[in-house]
Design a protein around this ligand. Structure first.
Ligand SMILES: Nc1ncnc2c1ncn2[C@@H]1O[C@H](COP(=O)(O)OP(=O)(O)OP(=O)(O)O)[C@@H](O)[C@H]1O
Length: 316
């Protein structure tokens, strides 16, 4: 649905996006992650034809955005930068005015999108009375007006309170499930991305440092939680037996290659150490992201095969 090939963007002497390849397949909720200034908005701006790439090709819905912008963006809805509305007009009137700039839209369609985003009952109130969350929902309504197949959302939860973030997440999930939309969103909120997205790309200093399925991240776990009566003694013993290669003082161990947890338990019990718990820990997106930021700061583009684990943080 979106394909970026060899994209570079230079602002003056600053290279904001460096040799970026990115593929967002149809049907996914795709998360674009990265620190402030990583280049996410610049990349999104190029997808929407609002930032001109210095080099490379941007294709959206099969069309080259720089050559056939209108065709490429025909089926795309977006929230990009801070949406501007006429404060002294109602949400409904704002949407009506917007349709004058785009395509003729029936009142029925406006009613539909207002219901979709949960603004029913407030659509005739002036926008100046709207909360930040309601403005975001109005921006989403605007993005949905042209019946898009692809939705591009730059930081959709930015500035929302926890309830607003929760509602936005439910709305995005519904749009994906019930309307079958492909969705690309950028975010700082790792928890949000973890709950919403099936694939992610991580950017660091303008470079992509990872792209792949979210499921491939949790499979790279290596840590095992060990709860015993004497953790220090257990670690000394397991290291001497070469059954573990790493440990953290908060009760985590990394097993050596081909060691299974039953072997650990046997060894400890035979040496009079009581075992209360031994359980493999899934790597969270936060663990993975932090390890990428640490080890991939200079940024060689990663793929699904990148297996950077919390263990690699510990060893640095
Ligand atoms: N119009 C511009 N002129 C000059 N530099 C720019 C411009 N737009 C962005 N930049 C720079 O490009 C880099 C990438 O910015 P960008 O806004 O894409 O990052 P981001 O990942 O979206 O960050 P944030 O999460 O803070 O929005 C930053 O160093 C920024 O200062």
């Amino acid at each position: 649905m979106i394909r970026l090939t060899g994209i570079r963007k230079v602002f003056g002497r600053h290279e904001a996006v460096k040799n970026l390849d990115l593929e967002v397949p149809a049907g996914e909720i795709f998360g674009l992650l990265g620190h402030n200034g990583a280049g996410k908005s610049t990349a999104i701006g190029m997808m929407l034809g609002q930032v001109w790439p210095t080099e490379g090709e941007v294709r959206v819905c099969g069309h080259d955005v720089t050559k056939h912008r209108q065709l490429a963006l025909q089926k795309v809805g977006a929230i990009f930068e801070t949406p501007v509305f006429y404060d002294y007009l109602s949400g409904w009137r704002n949407l009506e005015i917007l349709t004058h700039y785009t395509a003729p839209t029936s009142p029925k369609r406006i009613r539909e999108v207002i219901e979709w985003v949960g603004l029913s009952g407030r659509e005739k109130s002036k926008v100046k009375t709207y909360s930040h969350g309601m403005r975001t929902r109005l921006a989403l309504a605007q993005a949905l007006l042209p019946k898009p197949e692809l939705l591009i959302l730059d930081e959709p939860s930015d500035g929302l309170d926890p309830e607003g973030i929760h509602e936005m997440r439910l709305t995005i999930q519904r749009l994906h499930k019930e309307m079958g939309l492909t969705i690309l969103l950028s975010s700082h909120l790792l928890n949000e991305v973890e709950q919403l997205c099936s694939r992610i790309a991580v950017m660091n200093k303008g470079k992509k440092v990872f792209e792949g399925a979210l499921s491939s991240i949790s499979q790279t776990e290596t840590w095992v939680r060990l709860r015993v009566n004497d953790f220090g003694a257990a670690v000394t013993l397991l290291r001497a037996e070469k059954l573990i290669v790493n440990h953290r003082d908060d009760g985590l161990i990394t097993l050596s290659e081909r060691t299974q947890t039953d072997r650990i338990v046997r060894c400890l019990v035979q040496n009079n150490i009581s075992v209360f718990e031994i359980s493999p820990q899934e790597q969270t997106l936060e663990d993975f992201y932090l390890s990428l930021m640490k080890s991939g700061a200079s940024g060689n583009p990663g793929t699904e095969k990148v297996a950077i684990t919390p263990a690699s943080i510990d060893r640095q």
